[in-house]
Design a binder for this molecule. Structure first.
Ligand code: ATP
Length: 302
């Protein structure tokens, strides 16, 4: 049975159809990326899963039960997009409060909270108010409140926002541990690189509608192997010409690295020859498209 099932869900705000006939399923032990451009309807969907707002039609099941049952929601951990709630609470108090709110007993949560605080290097600030902590540290605590009770479903709205690389790695490590424990993790992000590395499956929505979903591996495979990663030194002006001549469909240049999408049936050899004439080639590899490229191409098409 899937941990989360969203079935034909619709939600409008006045005339705006924020979510249209959305269905998705997340099995246990899966990291599921919920992706889409600004305003696509991700947070609205997450709020419906959390029963903060109700769908106009369709249903949402957690562990096979309607999410309207409080038992179902006790098995969920949620990191909302807005941070900084419970600002006046002290660090340890906040963790205790959430553990107890989600049904943990004092005897069991005490040692667990201590272990988490040590691992997240928060022991020295245990008696500080949340509002006195740096934004990143507030977020670490808020993240801990979502996993402390070892829920079956963990929903993380932009979990890496504002975290330095060390803390982002720590959060990533915990996400993978939760997955290994059998939890289903749904996370929304605009960082395609973290989605690419972490997700087993993704759902891409645009204007409230699902436009792409599936296992990351098959999403990439279906997008074709007509992508080239080119590392270079020099000026890649020749790409404009290749685009005009129909060899290159589009490209995404980052200054010394460019991801190139060739036209169907175009030969990478021709591209390599042109590149060698115009820039110093440091890397040339036929690759699967990145999620970044897939995101941009799919959203533009829809
Ligand atoms: P972002 O990546 O920018 O956070 P999102 O995918 O999470 O975007 P939502 O916040 O779900 O997008 O918004 C979807 C659409 O619904 C937007 O057009 C937004 O303005 C609208 N919307 C969201 N909540 C409300 C509300 N309470 N009342 C009216 N419109 C809303």
């Amino acid at each position: 049975m899937e941990t989360l099932r969203v079935e034909n869900v619709n939600k409008s705000f006045g005339a705006l159809e924020a979510v249209k006939d959305l269905s998705l399923a997340v099995p246990p032990g899966t990291v599921y990326g919920f992706l889409g451009p600004n305003g696509a309807g991700k947070t609205t969907t997450i709020r419906m899963i959390m029963e903060i707002i109700l769908p106009d039609s369709g249903q949402i099941l957690v562990n096979g039960r309607r999410n309207t049952s409080s038992d179902a929601l006790d098995r969920v951990g949620y990191l909302p997009e807005e941070r900084g709630v419970y600002r006046k609470m002290k660090v340890r108090e906040a963790l205790e409060f959430f553990a107890e709110l989600k049904g943990m007993r004092r005897r069991t949560h005490g040692p667990k909270i201590d272990a988490w605080m040590e691992r997240f290097e928060m022991t020295s600030v245990r008696d500080k108010k949340l509002e006195e902590l740096s934004k990143g540290n507030q977020q670490k605590i808020q993240f801990l409140t979502t996993v402390i009770h070892e829920p079956d479903l963990i929903i993380l709205d932009e979990p890496f926002m504002g975290l330095d690389p060390l803390n982002a790695d720590l959060v990533k490590e915990v996400i993978l541990e939760q997955k290994a424990r059998g939890a289903a993790i749904v996370f929304s992000t605009h960082l395609m690189e973290s989605a690419e590395k972490l997700c087993d499956a993704i759902c891409l929505i645009n204007k409230g509608q699902k436009v792409l979903d599936g296992e990351v591996r098959s999403v990439k495979r279906n997008f074709g192997r007509n992508h080239v990663a080119l590392g270079y030194e020099g000026k890649p002006d020749f790409l404009v010409e290749l685009k005009n001549h129909g060899l290159v469909e589009r490209y995404n240049d980052s200054g010394n690295h460019v991801e190139i999408h060739l036209r169907n049936a175009a030969s990478p050899q021709k591209l390599l020859a042109a590149a060698m004439q115009n820039v110093e080639v440091l890397r040339f590899e036929v690759v699967e498209p990145s999620l970044h490229e897939i995101f941009i191409a799919t959203v533009k098409e829809n």
